[in-house]
Design a protein around this ligand. Structure first.
Ligand code: C2E
Ligand code: CA
Ligand code: CA
Length: 369
C-alpha cells in the first residue's frame, strides 16, 4: 500500500507499508529521483527537477507518526545538504548534528547582539610603489569563553543557517565606519574590502539598496569600498547577481573575484562579470617558487587578466622568494603574511599614524633641504 501526500510547499510525503528491506526502498528512491530528473518541456523550454529524499523506518526509527515524520524530515535535510539530488536514511547522529547546529546558530546570534564580533584588517600592498593601497576586513569572534575564533570555524555554519546575513550587515557597516574614522583623523584614505557571502546577495534582501544606503549613512566614498565575492557565489544565480554588481560598479564600488582559480571560471565567463580585480587564491602561491607549473599557471592568469583589463591581487604571500616571483610575473598587489597578518583596528590605526608621522617628518626634511 502506498500513500502520497503534499504536506505543504514543495514537500511531499510518501508512506510505504509492507516494505521488506532497505534495498527495496533504495531502488524506489532512486527511481523517483531518476524520473524527476528527466527533462520535460515547459512553455517550449526543457526543464528538469531535482529532489532530496529523506527516509525513516518504522519501527526501527520511530513508532509514532510525528516522530517518523520528523525523522524523515531531518534525513531529507541531510540529503539536501549533501548537495541535493539524493536520498538519506535517518540516523540518530543527525539528531546530535541538528542540536549542535541550533546551538551554534543561537550562539552566533547572541554574539552579534553582545557585540562579540570584531574586524581585523590586512593590508594590500602595491608591488611597484610598496604603498599600502587598501585593507581587507576579516571577521573575528571574540568568544568570552574560547577567546578569538577565526572565521573558518563559524562562517560555514553562519552561511548554512543564514545568520551570515545580519553578521554580514554588521561587517559592512563596521568596515565603512572604521574607514571613515581613519579619514576623519586625517589618515590617508584606504580602500576597505569586505567579503560578501552568497547568502547576502539573495535577490529578496536588496543587497544593492543596503550597500547604497550604508554608503550614504556613513558618508564613505564608494570608490573606497571594495566587495570581495567568490566566483561560485557570483555565478550561483548569475541572472540576478551580475546586474546587481553591475549596479554597484556603476555607483563606484569595486568588485574583486575572490579565491580565483579554485572555481570554474572560463575566460568567456570572466569577460561578462562586472569585476575589476582578480584575487588569486593562496593555494597557487604556496609552491610558486619551487613548482614551475604553478608559476606558469599564475603567469598565465596574470597575462589573461591584463588582456581583460583587470587588476591582479595575490593573497597568501609569505616569503621573499614568492614575492620576487610575483613581481616578475607582473601582479599588481600583494597581500600576505610577508607584510602583515590581519591585525586589529587599533593596531592598524597605530601603524597608519606612524606612517603618517614618518611621511610628515620626511616632507619637513625635504622642505628644509
Ligand atoms: P579569504 O577571503 O580568502 O581571506 C584571506 C584569508 O587568508 C584570511 O584568513 C587571511 O588571514 C589569510 N591569509 C592572508 N595572508 C596569508 C598568508 O600569507 N598565509 C596564510 N597562511 N594565510 C594568509 P581568515 O581571516 O582566517 O579568513 C578566512 C576566510 O573567512 C576568508 O578567506 C573569507 O572567505 C572568510 N571571511 C572572513 N571574514 C569574512 C566576512 O566578514 N564575511 C564573510 N562572508 N566571509 C569572511
Ligand atoms: Ca577575501
Ligand atoms: Ca582565499
Amino acid at each position: 500500500e502506498t500513500l502520497l501526500a503534499r504536506l505543504g510547499g514543495d514537500e511531499f510525503t510518501l508512506l510505504l507499508s509492507g516494505v521488506e528491506d532497505r534495498e527495496q526502498i533504495e531502488r524506489l528512491a532512486q527511481s523517483i529521483l531518476d524520473s524527476l530528473s528527466a527533462p520535460f518541456a515547459l512553455r517550449g523550454q526543457d526543464v528538469a527537477l531535482s529532489a532530496s529524499l529523506g527516509i525513516a523506518l518504522s519501527p526501527q526509527d520511530a513508532s509514532d507518526v510525528e516522530t517518523l515524520l520528523r525523522d524523515s524530515d531531518m534525513a531529507m535535510f541531510h540529503a539536501k545538504n549533501q548537495g541535493g539530488r539524493g536520498y538519506e536514511f535517518y540516523a540518530d547522529s543527525m539528531e546530535e548534528i541538528a542540536a549542535k547546529r541550533l546551538e551554534l546558530e543561537n550562539k552566533l546570534q547572541r554574539a552579534l547582539e553582545r557585540n562579540e564580533f570584531e574586524l581585523y584588517y590586512q593590508p594590500k600592498v602595491d608591488v611597484l610603489s610598496g604603498c599600502v593601497t587598501g585593507v581587507e576586513a576579516l571577521l573575528r569572534w571574540r568568544d568570552p569563553e574560547r577567546g578569538v575564533i577565526g572565521p573558518d570555524e563559524f562562517i560555514p555554519m553562519a552561511e548554512e543557517t543564514g545568520v551570515i546575513v545580519p553578521i554580514g550587515d554588521w561587517v559592512m557597516r563596521e568596515a565603512m565606519e572604521q574607514s571613515m574614522a581613519w579619514q576623519k583623523e586625517g589618515l590617508p584614505p584606504l580602500r576597505v574590502a569586505v567579503n560578501v557571502s552568497v547568502r547576502q546577495i539573495d535577490p529578496r534582501l536588496d543587497f544593492v539598496g543596503k550597500v547604497v544606503s550604508l554608503l550614504e549613512e556613513t558618508g564613505l566614498d564608494p570608490q573606497l569600498l571594495d566587495l570581495e565575492i567568490t566566483e561560485g557565489a557570483l555565478l550561483s544565480d548569475e541572472e540576478t547577481a551580475i546586474p546587481m554588481f553591475q549596479q554597484l560598479r556603476n555607483v563606484g564600488v569595486g568588485l574583486s573575484l575572490d579565491d580565483f582559480g579554485t572555481g570554474y571560471s572560463s575566460l568567456s565567463y570572466l569577460r561578462r562579470l562586472p569585476i575589476d580585480t582578480l584575487k588569486i587564491d593562496r593555494s597557487f602561491i604556496q609552491c610558486i617558487d619551487t613548482s614551475p607549473s604553478d608559476a606558469a599557471l599564475v603567469g598565465s592568469i596574470i597575462a589573461m587578466a591584463r588582456v581583460l583589463g583587470l587588476r591582479v591581487v595575490v593573497e597568501g604571500v609569505e616569503t621573499r622568494s614568492q614575492q620576487a616571483f610575483l613581481v616578475e610575473l607582473g601582479c599588481d598587489e600583494i597581500q600576505g603574511f610577508i607584510f602583515s597578518q590581519p591585525i586589529s583596528a587599533e593596531q592598524t590605526t597605530e601603524i597608519l599614524r606612524h606612517k603618517k608621522a614618518l611621511r610628515e617628518a620626511g616632507q619637513q626634511n625635504t622642505v628644509k633641504a
